[in-house]
Design a protein around this ligand. Structure first.
Ligand SMILES: Cc1ncc(COP(=O)(O)O)c(C=O)c1O
Length: 372
C-alpha cells in the first residue's frame, strides 16, 4: 500500500496516531534473484555448503515442534570467546531475533517512549527512524563531518548531556559512509550517559574488526548493547537471524517484547551450522577484503568522486545522472543502491563489495556505461 486515506475518511479501526504519521521503511527488494546483487551488502556467494546440507537434512520433528534457543546462545558465546578471550557472557546476555531488524524494533518497543529522544547520525541505516517514529519519539540527527564523513564525536558527546536522549544508535562502521568509531570512544560516551541506552549496530564489523566486544564489560557498562547478524558475512539474510548482546537486564527487556518463538527452527539450525563453520565466513571476509583492494585501486585512477571506508561497500558519484547509471546497470544484470535524497551523499551510488571477479565485472560494465 503506498498511500493512506486520512483516518477520518476511513471506516476501518483507528490505528495509533504514530502509525498513521510514520513512513514505512521501504527497500527495493523484489525481482533480484538472477542478478549480480551489489545493492544490499549481502554475502554475494551464498552460505557455507554445510549450512545447505544441514537445512536439506532437517528431521521432521524439528519442523513439528517449537524451536529451542539455548544451544544457539551457547554456541554464539563459544565463538565470541574464541575471538575475544576477555569477554564474559552468560546465556541471558544473548538475545536472538529475526534479524537485527527485529532487534532494533524490539529496542524501540521496550525503551522508546512518546516524546523521548533518539540521538543518531546522518546519513545512516534507514530502519532506525521508522522504529523511533512508531513510538512517537523525537529524532535528533547529527551529520557526519567533512568530505571524509568523520564521526561527529564532540557533538554527540555534548548532545548526550544537553538533550539527554533515551536511545543513542551508532552504526559502526556506518552504513553507508563506512565511518568507524573506536571502541574506547564508544565506551566513553556510554559511561558519560548511563541513562541513555547506547546501541552499537555492528552489522559490518567483521570487515574491519571493530567490535566493541573486544573491550566491553557489560557488568560495568550496563547501558551498552551490541547488535550483530549472520546476514552479511555468513550469507543467511533470507533466514533472518540477528543477535543483541549486552547486560542481562537490557537483553531481558528487549526479548520480552517479541513473541516467544519468533525465530524459526530453520534459522536456528542454519545459524548453528554457520557458527560451526567460522572458516567459511573468515575466507569470505578475506575474499571481500582482496576485492576491496582491487576496487580501491580502480577508484583511485578513475576521475570520479568516491568514498571507501569500513564495511563491504563504497560510494561512487558517477559522471552521469545516478538513476540513469543505476537503471543501465540493472539492464546489464547488476544492482546497486541509489543514495538519492540521503543527507550529504545525494548523487552517489552505494555499491556492495563481493568477490574480486564480481568487482571486475561490475567495473567493466560501469566504465562502459558511465562515460563523459
Ligand atoms: C546497519 C544495518 N543494520 C541492520 C541491518 C539489518 O540486518 P538483518 O539482516 O540482520 O536484519 C542492516 C541491513 O542492511 C544494516 O545495514
Amino acid at each position: 500500500m503506498n498511500s493512506f486515506e486520512p483516518f477520518q475518511n476511513s471506516d476501518t479501526p483507528r490505528p495509533r496516531i504514530e502509525v498513521e504519521k510514520m513512513h514505512a521503511y521501504k527497500a527495493p527488494l523484489e525481482g533480484r534473484r538472477n542478478l549480480l546483487r551489489l545493492d544490499f551488502n549481502e554475502n554475494t556467494i551464498g552460505p557455507s555448503p554445510r549450512v545447505l546440507q544441514a537445512l536439506r537434512s532437517i528431521p521432521s520433528h524439528q519442523i513439528s515442534i517449537y524451536p529451542e534457543y539455548k544451544g544457539l546462545q551457547a554456541t554464539l558465546i563459544g565463538n565470541l570467546k574464541n575471538k575475544y578471550p576477555l569477554l564474559e557472557l552468560g546465556l541471558n546476555q544473548i538475545g536472538i531475533f529475526n534479524g537485527v531488524d527485529a532487534a532494533i524494533h524490539a529496542i524501540f518497543h521496550a525503551y522508546g517512549d512518546r516524546e523521548e529522544i533518539l540521538l543518531t547520525t546522518t546519513p545512516t541505516f534507514g530502519y532506525y527512524e521508522p522504529c523511533a517514529n512508531m513510538q512517537g519519539m523525537c529524532i535528533h540527527r547529527l551529520p557526519y563531518e567533512g568530505t571524509e564523513f568523520k564521526f561527529p564525536f564532540e557533538k554527540i558527546k555534548s548532545s548526550l548531556l544537553e538533550i539527554k536522549p533515551k536511545i543513542l544508535i551508532i552504526c559502526n562502521p556506518n552504513n553507508p559512509t563506512g565511518t568507524r568509531l573506536a571502541a574506547e570512544k564508544i565506551q566513553e560516551l556510554a559511561i558519560q550517559s548511563p541513562k541513555t541506552l547506547v546501541v552499537i549496530d555492528e552489522l559490518y564489523e567483521a570487515f574491519t574488526g571493530d567490535s566493541m566486544l573486544k573491550k566491553v564489560d557489560f557488568k560495568k557498562t550496563k547501558n551498552l548493547l551490541v547488535l550483530q547478524s549472520l546476514s552479511k558475512t555468513a550469507g543467511l539474510a533470507g533466514l533472518r537471524i540477528g543477535f543483541a548482546i549486552g547486560n542481562q537486564e537490557i537483553v531481558e527487556r528487549i526479548s520480552k517484547v517479541t513473541g516467544p518463538y519468533d525465530v524459526n527452527s530453520f534459522a536456528v539450525i542454519a545459524a548453528l551450522t554457520a557458527l560451526g563453520d567460522q572458516q567459511y565466513v573468515d575466507s569470505y571476509v578475506e575474499e571481500v577484503l582482496l576485492a576491496r583492494n582491487w576496487i580501491a585501486n580502480q577508484l583511485k585512477i578513475s576521475q570520479r568522486r568516491h568514498h571507501l571506508a569500513g564495511g563491504n561497500y563504497f560510494l561512487i558519484w558517477p559522471h552521469n545522472e545516478p538513476y540513469i547509471v543505476e537503471s543501465s546497470l540493472r539492464k546489464k544484470g547488476i544492482l546497486v543502491r541509489n543514495m538519492q535524497g540521503k543527507d550529504l551523499i545525494n548523487g552517489s551510488l552505494r555499491v556492495s563489495i563481493g568477490t574480486t571477479r564480481q568487482m571486475q565485472h561490475f567495473w567493466e560494465i560501469f566504465s562502459q556505461i558511465d562515460i563523459i
